[in-house]
Write a protein that binds this ligand. Structure first.
Ligand SMILES: Cc1cc2nc3c(=O)[nH]c(=O)nc-3n(C[C@H](O)[C@H](O)[C@H](O)COP(=O)(O)O)c2cc1C
Ligand SMILES: CC(C)CC(=O)C(=O)O
Length: 338
């Protein structure tokens, strides 16, 4: 799928999607870290028909594999985020709509599947509030606040390619303000916990923090009353050299102690990767680049195929490890490779 996507994409756009920050150590390590875990299956547990349904914030999803928020789907396919949303709706999972989507959230919502909205809180609070209200009105069921981006990461492929902005015809449609102007997305170096408290007062939607890696921050998230945490390093696109997400997961799980659902993204490429993340305590995972490759290769069908493949692989992995449900995946079923 990645090869077919690459063949179809403008090389600079491929680099934007595929690339990471700095030396891309973290980008590589997210996938490599899954290589360091092995499964220790149970036998004779009669897993029977597996049941992958996963409840999050009162909604039931068909699978614990969700679509991570990624920018600029219009570069990958003419139908952009609308096609992605169709693919996700077909498999019964959540698409997290990026604040940098190239389609308006109202149109993405017409695909009919469950959506969450990813927010980069903007220094302009009035505008930030209006974006949140807009996502709510479009039917988004949760707010995913990205907290790993006080400044933009140093993506050397983009610097080399001079890829700075969207080509003519594409805009960040959800950055349109009430004068009709499309604003640039600002990364806010002053973003702090008080802004999370402010957001709590602005919306009744569940709030997830995306980009937590340190267990102390996970504890603070609990203390600030957020509803979920996404263990993420932004797909290796922000600070290079950051710990791989599956390596950071166990300490975050321990710090949270079951008080919040923990999601993970970064490097999930196989159903067995999902299995390992769930066994280590994640409730669900999100996938970024594989969805983009599906979208670029085949539009909504490609997105559906990617999500279905991961789900089928997970289903088979559950059976072969002696589990019927994601909740049966406990920490004793995985071991770090010596
Ligand atoms: C091309 C691209 C664009 C992204 N855009 C956003 C974004 O707008 N907001 C955000 O919070 N994360 C963004 N991310 C990070 C993803 O949500 C996610 O953390 C990451 O892609 C997961 O890793 P994976 O690609 O290895 O699955 C982006 C990632 C990629 C690859
Ligand atoms: C263009 C940015 C707003 C999104 C992005 O590339 C990212 O978050 O990695």
């Amino acid at each position: 799928m990645a090869a077919r996507a690459r063949a179809r994409l403008d090389p600079a756009h491929w680099d934007f999607f595929a690339g990471g920050a700095g030396n891309e150590r973290t980008l590589r390590d997210n996938e490599d870290a899954f290589e360091r875990w092995r499964i220790v299956p149970r036998v004779l547990r009669s897993p029977g028909e597996r049941d992958l349904r996963t409840s999050l914030f009162g909604d039931e999803l068909a699978t614990p594999v969700l679509v991570a928020p990624t920018a600029f789907h219009g570069l990958a396919h003419p139908a952009g985020e609308v096609a992605t949303a169709r693919g996700a709706a077909d498999v019964g999972t959540v698409m997290v709509v990026s604040m940098a989507a190239t389609a308006p959230v109202e149109r993405i919502a017409m695909a009919g599947g469950p959506l969450w909205f990813q927010l980069y809180p903007q220094p302009d609070l009035t505008f930030t509030e209006s974006v949140v209200k807009r996502a709510e009105a479009a039917g988004c069921r949760a707010l995913v606040v990205t907290v790993d981006s006080p400044v933009f990461g140093r993506r050397e492929r983009d610097l080399r390619n001079g890829f700075l902005d969207l080509p003519p015809g594409l805009l960040c449609e959800n950055m349109r303000d009430d004068t009709g102007r499309v604003r640039n997305i600002a990364m806010d170096p002053d973003l702090g916990w008080q802004r999370i408290e402010w957001l709590r007062g602005v919306t009744g939607l569940p709030i997830l923090l995306k980009g937590v890696l340190h267990p102390a921050d996970a504890r603070l998230a609990v203390a600030h009353g957020v509803d979920g945490v996404v263990v993420s390093n932004h797909g290796g696109r922000q600070l290079d050299g950051v710990v791989a997400t599956v390596d950071a997961l166990p300490a975050v799980v321990e710090a949270v102690g079951g008080r919040l659902p923990i999601l993970l993204d970064g490097g999930v490429r196989r159903g067995t990767d999902v299995l390992v993340a769930l066994a280590l305590g994640a409730t669900a995972v999100l996938v970024g680049r594989p969805v983009l490759w599906g979208l670029a290769a085949d539009g909504a069908d490609g997105v559906r195929n990617v999500l279905q493949r991961l789900t089928t692989e997970l289903d088979q992995g559950l059976a072969l490890a002696g589990a019927a449900r994601p909740a049966d995946l406990t920490g004793d079923l995985v071991v770090a490779r010596p």
